[in-house]
Structure formats: C-alpha cells, structure tokens
Design a protein around this ligand. Sequence first.
Ligand code: MV4
Length: 444
Amino acid sequence: MFRKVLIANRGEIALRIIWACKELGIKTVAVHSDVDIDSLHVRFADENICIGPAPSRDSYLNITNLIAAAEISNVDGIHPGYGFLSESAEFAQVCQACNITFIGPSPQTIALMGNKAEAKKTMKAAGVPILPGSDGPVATVDEAKAIAAEVGYPIILKASAGGGGKGMRVVNSEGEMELAFQMAGSEAASAFGNGDLYLEKYLEAPRHIEIQILGDQFGNVIHLFERECSIQRRHQKLIEESPSPALTPMLRAEMGDTAVKGAQAVGYATVGTMEFLYDKDRFYFMEMNTRIQVEHPVTENVTGVDLVKAQIMAAAGEKMQWKQKDIKLTGHSMECRINAEDPHRFTPSPGRITTFHSPGGPGVRVDTAAYAGYFVSPHYDSLLAKLIVRGNTRKDSILRMKRSLESFVVEGIKTNISMHLKIMEDEDFQAGRLSTRFMDRFTN
Ligand code: MV4
C-alpha cells in the first residue's frame, strides 16, 4: 500500500481522496494554487505545497510543477481526481517515468480510451454494441456523405480526440454535410489539437446510462451497476441516479456484463465508467472514462462500496476483494450538482459565501469543500457541492432530495438549487420519463 499520496486536484474531490487515504493509513500531500491557500483540502492534508498562480495552466494543469511537488514531498503515488490531468496519458506516462504510481489505468489504456474512434473500434471487436457509422475516423467529406447515405440521416459528427460533447455536429441532410464537416473538424483541431472526426447514426432523444467498472491488476473486472445521467445541460451532468428507472433486471445484467466484457478486452485496471446511449430498449457504447467520476457517490450509496478506496487499493496492486456475485444493488440514490451559478442564465457566480448550511439527517450526504467565509474563485469550475441522497425507492429519494434542497442554505453567491427543486417537482421527472433532451424545456 502507498505510504504517501499527492492529490493533483482541488475542491470536493481532493477532500474526498483525503478521506479515503486517511482510512487507508496513507499520508496525504495537497497541492494548491496561490488563491486556494484557504481551501479545506489544504487544511486537512498532512502536507501542502503551492504549485503556482491561479490559472489552471500554471498550476493544476502544470505537469512540471506537479512532479516537482511530488519529488519534494517524496510521494509514491499521485491521485489525479477528475478533470484537470485525470485523463492525460502524458501525465500518467511522466509519473511512470518518475517511478510514481499514477492512480488510474495505464497510460496506454488512457490513450486508447481518449481516442473515441479507436475506443469504439476496440469495443466493437470485443462484442460491445456500437451505433452504425464510420469504422474509425472519416478522412473526407465525400467519405462522410457515403457512410451517411448508408446509415441514413440524421447522423452526428464527433471529434475522435474529443468527448463530452465538444466538436459535435448533428447533420440532418447531405446538403448540410460540407459545412458541418469543416466546422466540426476545425473546432476539434483547435480544441484538441486533432481534427479527426468519426460519424454515427444520430439518436434523437436517447438516455445516457453509464456502468461503473472496477478492475485489479490480476485481470479481475466487475461492474457496480448503472447510473442514469440523462439530466444534463450542454453536456454538463446535473442530476445522476441509480438504478435507472428505464432498466429491467434483465437489461441491467446485460449492460453490466457487456461493460465487463469490454473492460476485460483492454485489461482494464482501477475504476472506470463505460458510457452508453440507451434508446428503445437497446444500448450502444459511446465512450469510456478512465477516471473516478463526479457522480461516484450514487453508486457507493446503492452498493456500499467505497470506490475511491477500491481505486487506490487496485492501483497499489492489491487483489480485488469482491466477486461479481458479492455486489448487490439496494435502494435508490440520486445526486444533484449544486453549482455556483445564476439559476436563470447558468452563468458562474463567484464570490464570498456568507452563510453555508448543508442538509443532513437519514440518507443525506453532502460532498463539498465550501464553508461560510469561503471565496468561490472564478478561475475554476462552478461545482460548489454534491448533494446525494439515498432512499428505499425512487419516490423516497425524490422526497428526500426535495427536503434537502429546501434546507440547503447558501448566501453571498447564487446557486442552481431553485432549478433542482423545479426538476424534482416536474411530472416527467417524477415518472422517470427522462432523456438527454429533458433539459431543453428548462433552458432557453
Ligand atoms: C450522441 C447522441 C445521440 N446520438 N450520439 C456525446 C457526448 C456526450 N456527452 C453526449 N453525446 C451524445 N452523443 C449519437 N449517435 C446524444 C448525445 C448527448 C447529447 C447530444 C447533444 C446534446 C446533449 C446531449 C446530452 C447527452 C447525450
């Protein structure tokens, strides 16, 4: 097991990793930019090192400064959290070269899953269902037109080096292809340094359902069921839940087993998430995330597995303590992402928090690094807190979420709590009638 781990992240996930390390008896090193000196992850880590000024590129994204901090503090592991460098094959490679364990899959696996077109080809070869479309990147607009004619419009163009919706273009007819191909290609090139595009049949209103995967370094892979993540705005997830109201026990087992098959095909180790699009009782591989996800507490609540501890133990080379039959789904869990943003314009709302009261009581968890007096910086993402509830049924979870949102007091900045309350009271949401288009009606 690791002796000391550096957490290459900030905010609630840095705190979450510190809690897991404390329970594993691992010493922790927090890194922070100069504006994060008063953050809770700095306060609760055993050591802390300033790695640069506020802009992420000069601090949390600066591999040289992070590795220097790791060397100075003599750590044997680095946990990247999510976002920042958590899916950077280059960072994982540099850690390996410096004999520091990157707490995640191998650089090769990160690179493979980071190329969405190659990831799809790999999953297809492993027998995981994929959407009809191109076999890898599309070289020319004529090739795109030919494939689109085969699969039928509408199609969607996606960036191979992308993910998360950046550089995507829906094309409804051949006449739109030329411009869409050029726009998507140049967007992808400027966003990711790689303009390659791949093409898929476009599903008008699918669900976004993902499977949690856990693997060790002995070839053992299990799944920890699904999370329904269809409630998103501009590819930012807002509400996640498990189990999905759409899945039958049969489909749940089929999706889980399929995800395990895909992960085994690449020898997946530590935690990962396989994202699927779900439409008319069929599911299709979309992409695989090679990090711990924001929404991991939803799965922890329904399985009882501490995913961050499991991730760290797997990265340390420990054999997994579970067999698939040991993982049971009980109850229902739901997470609302509380963002420091204007609830109507969805624009960031940085500033000093004057009052901060988070809800509690049975089945309520709040993962946050915020506190009364904390200054929410404009330099980083707007996630302020994750409110996660657990109930025996989905109805119980919604009721618990409503009363928790109503008693979540944040003053001094704006939040999206009122938007979450509107969603909880929505008839379609309460009936489980969800899709990736759900938020269209809530946003202009
Ligand atoms: C799709 C899709 C429909 N058909 N692909 C890709 C990145 C992920 N975050 C969202 N992605 C989607 N890929 C096909 N073939 C629908 C989505 C999608 C989505 C697309 C546009 C706007 C919002 C969306 C929210 C979730 C999923």
